[in-house]
Design a protein around this ligand. Structure first.
Ligand SMILES: *Cc1c(COP(=O)(O)O)cnc(C)c1O
Ligand SMILES: [Zn+2]
Length: 406
């Protein structure tokens, strides 16, 4: 039984359509592949095709045909929060935050892990692997465990303690690597060809990327199919950005929405290869990068996906920007204080970039803007506030309460 409307893996370079097997690039030209669906059915049946809750509500537009392969930990269906106080601080008319912190492992990665591990089951693999700065590793490990698969997780030596703890708890095999993501990913990506494990990396796997497309579907559905004017998405390798932009394009082709939002790509300044190329109007020059507090954005060489992001930005008249680590940390504190949303530095980079673009008058503030907040703050490693305690009696407690709340 299958209610997936996926029809082909189509090359984004030459347009060749391939059958729905496990393949990572076009045989003709080595271009990246994207999934294509039965748009006529989507047009005809409309949102009535959607059933149930969470990520698998969107199963008709995901590439996992057999319900038995739809591994879940309860991902997706995250809130879209209207944030009027923060909007007025930033000076935008209306601000919506798509907060992906409530996902099972606390990040947007659970969307792509659900379809990646689902595809690993679909194609009969018994092991998965990924190179990660922390979030992808804990998410792939958790979903692999849930599906009864082995996972070989390569984790960044400077990943936060909560992320490492989470990975160690869920994976069958944890390996800590030296250097940043880029140092390992190019050789690991070559090893993928030997098919010793299912590719859960961000570079090429169209099945994995597809799970993140549900961000666009959820934002559209949560706004009554009238999506915001602008959507700000984070970019490391580009999977989240591409999937979201493609989701909105698909929704427009299907006639579920009238207009796709303008897309903004957000990066950390310390890993801003895409934003820099966009600004300079050039091709991407890979960067040698070090540590950024936005750990999940620490990719200096986004490869072919980076080129795809640039193409989508230029075709869709989008924007790109970056923010410094100190701006990102200040934004993290502000979001917690002003709206009660505790997100990690990687997760708030979009908001820091949005603030910059508005301040620089590159973005019209008289619009409805949605920023994707891609992770919880609970995996952030930082010094806790002072733990020096105070003992109270009735009088001193009463004095303190009246003083503090005066
Ligand atoms: C991985 C990650 C991203 C973006 O990465 P892409 O490879 O560009 O999709 C954004 N936010 C968080 C929290 C992440 O873990
Ligand atoms: Zn091709």
């Amino acid at each position: 039984m299958s209610d997936s409307l996926a029809q082909s893996l189509t090359c984004i370079e030459c347009g060749a359509a391939h059958s729905l097997t496990y393949r990572l690039e076009c045989e003709r030209c080595h271009g990246l592949l994207e999934l294509r669906y039965d748009i006529t059915r989507l047009q005809k049946d409309g949102p009535a095709l959607l059933q149930g809750a969470g990520l698998w509500r969107y199963a008709p537009v995901l590439p996992i045909g057999d319900p038995a392969h739809r591994v879940t930990l309860g991902e997706g269906g995250t809130p879209l929060l209207d944030c009027p106080r923060l909007a007025s601080e930033l000076g935008v008319r209306r601000l919506l935050l798509k907060f992906d912190g409530p996902n099972p492992t606390g990040t947007v990665k659970d969307r792509s892990s659900a379809t990646a591990v689902g595809a690993a089951l679909q194609f009969g693999y018994r092991a998965t692997s990924v190179v990660s700065s922390g979030n992808a590793g804990s998410s792939i490990a958790a979903y692999s465990a849930r599906a009864g698969l082995r996972s070989l997780i390569f984790a960044y030596e400077r990943a936060s303690a909560p992320k490492l703890l989470h990975m160690a708890a869920t994976t069958t095999d944890l390996v800590i690597y030296k250097g940043v993501y880029d140092d390992l990913i190019s050789i690991w990506d070559r090893l993928v060809e030997e098919r010793l494990f299912f590719d859960c990396g961000a570079s090429r796997n169209a099945y994995k990327q597809e799970g993140k497309k549900t961000l666009a579907y959820e934002i559209a559905e949560q706004t009554g199919w009238r999506p915001p004017d602008v959507v700000v998405a984070p970019v490391a390798v580009g999977e989240t950005f591409i999937a979201t932009a493609r989701g909105f394009r698909e929704l427009r082709e299907a006639g579920w929405i009238a207009r796709a939002p303008l897309m903004v790509a957000a990066q950390a300044t310390r890993a801003n290869a895409v934003a820099r190329a966009f600004r300079d109007g050039t091709a991407i020059t890979p960067l040698k990068i070090g540590y950024t507090v936005a750990e999940g954005l620490a990719a200096g060489n986004p490869g072919k996906k980076g080129d795809w992001v640039l193409r989508l930005l230029r075709e869709g008249k989008g924007l790109a920007g970056d923010a410094e680590d100190d701006e990102i940390l200040a934004t993290q504190r502000k979001l917690a204080r002003v709206e009660g949303i505790w997100a990690g530095p990687t997760g708030v980079a979009t908001l820091a970039v949005l603030a910059r673009l508005v301040a620089q008058k590159l973005l019209d503030p008289a619009q409805t803007v949605c920023a994707i907040i891609s992770e919880t703050g609970l995996k952030t490693e930082a010094e806790p506030p002072s733990r020096t305690g105070t003992a109270f009696d009735h009088d001193s407690l009463r004095r303190l309460v009246t003083e503090r709340l005066a």
